[in-house]
Design a protein around this ligand. Structure first.
Ligand code: DGJ
Length: 740
């Protein structure tokens, strides 16, 4: 029997696209080729002479009736590379002579490890295609699923593995899908790496024969690699031109994506659960639904790829899809007060925050249990009476009276050994019996796979939200796994923790949202340690990094937007000099850096002078005029701050966001340092209506250059706009509004 969570998650992930055309999925019985169309994309695969599923096309949308070749197995390459390896497959079992990454690897109780999957049948329901595969001999079935978003052409792929034999089997490796690109040698691979406070550095490298691995073995998504890739054909420096294939894996547990170029220069990308330490025991009658691996194609370069992903996330992934509410302007107390929160001090900050136009006031860590430092209290989710003698209500009432809503920090999956919860339930954490329990930030990881832990976590959060008028939870997660044991279950079931933990996390988030539909949630993991399309189904925004240095943020945010929409990307204006680099910047520079996504303020407002308040009030008002465009518009990176993943950025950074109806554009421009008196590069905007007239409005107090007041879209895109940025850490911003 399929677990409840698996069934719900798989259905939620793949259902719900309303096909525009009746024939979004077609099957040609003569050639045995399936064709899926959506957006500007066609995807096709066929059943070959061996009854394997074989990809035949993925790229620009073809004309109806265009010939698609029937699938046929490739010849091998000498006796060393059999057709099993040289013929790309949609979902290959590890069996026969497969040397490339399998989508599925199984060990049967008799020691047999051979798995060869052949086509059995298929169903087409609306825009969802399900193809049933079966091992050539054993009763192991795999339903591979395809659902394409008709607007963006982003295709969601996943698999359900079913054990219909009479004995248990162990799944040692399970991918959601294998993607195959046209054969070629002129590909470059884009990936993102990172670490705490240094997330989302973009790397571009030539693809060559062999395997490239992106992964997390940490139990969660991790800061180190994004579960995202893009492959460009004939890479150019123009962000918005060229063929690009891209994908994002929707899974917040340990994951792996492998990119392989084989001996025939065929390129395959396989992604799913990380097979490292994996071993999912499937009893007779049980099934396992994999996460969804989303993939897309565009002819509009890496910029076009990210715009498609942004649109897809906003309309198909986020909990408030297809029309997520714009992120409110928030204040967060963390950098101002750290653990030293109290009713009076938070109220004083709330008054100041309200005076500049903040819409949501968030109390961060420190409000609960015996939480004076990070050494104690996690797990004890009662309000600390020394800090809030009358509970949270007086502060919440005050925040509401000031016209803001109220948000609260939680870290539900963790426990400090110095806590009542751990003293009572030391067996609730991930651990191997009799072995040390390695702490990170003085905390251990609760084993959310356990039903009692799941119930406890859901229970305290439900109580918190039922008893208090809370509009927003910042859901934090401040370490990765160690000793991932689950001694309460049989030895051969313990490795299920990698799947069940994450499914229970999703399940809790889902149930909480259903019971408290007005509550919004942020995914935070010491910054951007848990950002992926899986968690984004249940969370409205993310905290991309603990690094709030406004210059560093330009790089982090630039990388972030290759995979994720600015509509979920929060950024706070914090104090200067900042704690990260001791860099000094103006309030205006810090605001403009943070205004390129969801805006927040995290500075200690008690240290601000009247001029700072005036600047903040002005820029927050300006931000509210463009936030829909910035958060939900089309992003163009006019000048990227990245220098291919190096720790230093380039001298300039310019973003332009255009509203979907092209009625507004918002442009943010930054200069690190002038050298030798060279002028700022001319800007050529993109994505405007060339025939419309647009009026210029500077968001900053003074003009950032000599630009006309009104001109056509064509002018703004062609004339070469000169900004007068000179000096160190300079910034300016303007918007263009279509003249009606
Ligand atoms: C890590 C988060 O990323 C910070 O913003 C803050 O919430 C701290 N945890 C609190 O412990």
């Amino acid at each position: 029997m399929k677990s409840f969570a698996s069934a719900v998650l798989a259905a939620a992930a793949l259902a719900g696209f309303t096909a525009h055309a009746q024939d979004a999925v077609t099957y040609d019985a003569a050639t045995k080729v399936f064709r899926i169309d959506g957006g500007q994309v066609t995807y096709a695969f066929g059943v070959n002479d061996l009854d394997e599923l074989q990809p035949v096309y993925w790229g620009a949308k073809l004309v109806t009736g265009d010939p698609l070749p029937a699938a046929h197995t490739n010849e091998g390459h000498a006796s060393f590379d059999l057709p099993t390896s040289t013929t790309p497959q949609e979902f290959a079992g590890w069996g026969a002579g497969l040397y490339l990454e399998p989508a599925l690897k199984i060990t049967f109780p008799d020691g047999n490890r051979d798995l060869v999957l052949h086509y059995v049948s298929h169903t087409i329901e609306g825009s969802t295609l399900t193809v049933r595969l079966k091992d050539i001999e054993r009763e192991v079935f795999v339903d591979v699923r395809y659902a394409m978003d008709p607007a963006t052409g982003v295709l969601g792929r996943s698999a359900v593995i079913e054990n219909k034999t009479t004995t248990p089997l162990v799944i040692e490796q399970a991918a959601a899908a294998t993607w195959t690109l046209p054969q070629g040698t002129n590909y470059t691979l884009d990936t993102m790496t990172g670490r705490w406070a240094g997330e989302d550095a973009l790397h571009t490298e030539p693809l060559h024969q062999g395997e490239r691995v992106l992964e997390s073995r940490r139990g969660s998504t991790g800061h180190q690699n994004d579960p995202w890739f893009a492959i460009e054909r004939a890479h150019t420096n123009d962000q918005d031109a060229g063929d690009v294939w891209f994908g994002a894996l929707a899974w917040s547990g340990s994951w792996r994506i492998t990119i392989e170029q084989d001996l025939l220069n065929q390129v395959r990308v396989t992604g799913g659960y990380n097979p490292f330490d994996f071993g999912y025991k499937l009893a007779p009658g049980e099934s396992l639904a994999t996460p969804v691996f989303y993939g897309g194609y565009t002819h509009d370069g890496i910029g076009g790829a990210s715009r498609l992903l942004h649109r897809f996330e906003l309309t198909q992934i986020l909990p408030q899809r297809p029309h997520p509410k714009p992120r409110p302007v928030i204040y967060n107390s963390w950098e101002a007060t750290e653990f030293n929160v109290s009713e009076a001090a938070q109220e004083a900050l709330a008054e100041k925050a309200a005076s500049i136009g903040v819409e949501r006031f968030v109390v961060d860590d420190g409000w609960f249990g015996q939480r004076k430092t990070d050494h104690a209290g996690l797990g004890d989710w009662y309000v600390n009476k020394d800090k809030f003698p009358n509970g949270l209500k007086p502060l919440i009432d005050k925040v509401h009276a000031l016209g803001m809503d109220f948000g609260l920090w939680v870290e539900p999956e963790m426990v400090n050994p110095d806590s009542d919860l751990y003293r009572k339930h030391p067996d609730w954490v991930l651990n191997f019996t009799g072995r040390p329990r390695t702490e990170g930030r003085n905390q251990l990881v609760l084993n959310l796979a356990r039903p009692d832990v799941r119930a406890y976590v859901f229970g305290f959060l439900d109580k918190l939200l039922t008893g208090n008028d809370i509009a927003f939870l910042k859901w934090d997660y401040n370490r990765n796994w160690s000793e991932p044991g689950w001694p309460a279950v049989a030895a051969d079931e313990q490795k299920q923790v990698y799947v069940k933990y994450t499914e229970n996390l999703y399940g809790i988030l889902k149930e909480l949202r259903e019971k408290h539909p007005n509550v919004e949630i942020e995914s935070c993991s010491g910054g951007g340690g848990r950002v992926d399309l899986g968690i984004l189904r249940y969370t409205d925004e993310v905290w991309p990094s603990d690094n709030t240095d406004p210059y560093d943020r330009l790089l982090i945010q630039d990388g972030f937007t290759y995979a994720y929409t600015p509509g979920v990307m929060m950024a706070w204006v914090t104090d200067s000099p900042g704690w990260m680099n001791r860099r000094t910047t103006t309030v205006e520079y810090r605001f403009l850096s943070s205004m390129q996504g969801g805006l927040g303020v995290g500075a200690n407002l008690n240290h601000w002078g009247p001029e700072d308040f005036a600047t903040a009030k002005h820029l927050i008002a300006e931000y509210k005029q463009v936030r829909e465009t910035v958060q939900h518009g089309d992003l163009y990176r006019l000048v990227s701050p990245q220098t291919n993943g190096e720790q230093s950025g380039s001298e300039q950074s310019v973003t332009e966001s255009v509203s979907p109806d092209k009625s507004q554009a918002a442009v943010f421009a930054f200069l690190h340092s002038s050298t030798q008196g060279y002028p700022y590069p001319l800007l050529y905007l993109r994505g405007l209506d060339p025939h419309a007239q647009y009026r210029l409005h500077w968001m900053t107090g003074k003009p950032g250059g000599q630009l006309p007041e009104v001109a056509s879209g064509q002018y703004w895109m062609s004339a070469g706009l000169a900004l007068n940025l000179i000096g160190d850490f300079q910034a300016t911003a303007f918007r263009l509004d279509k003249v009606q």
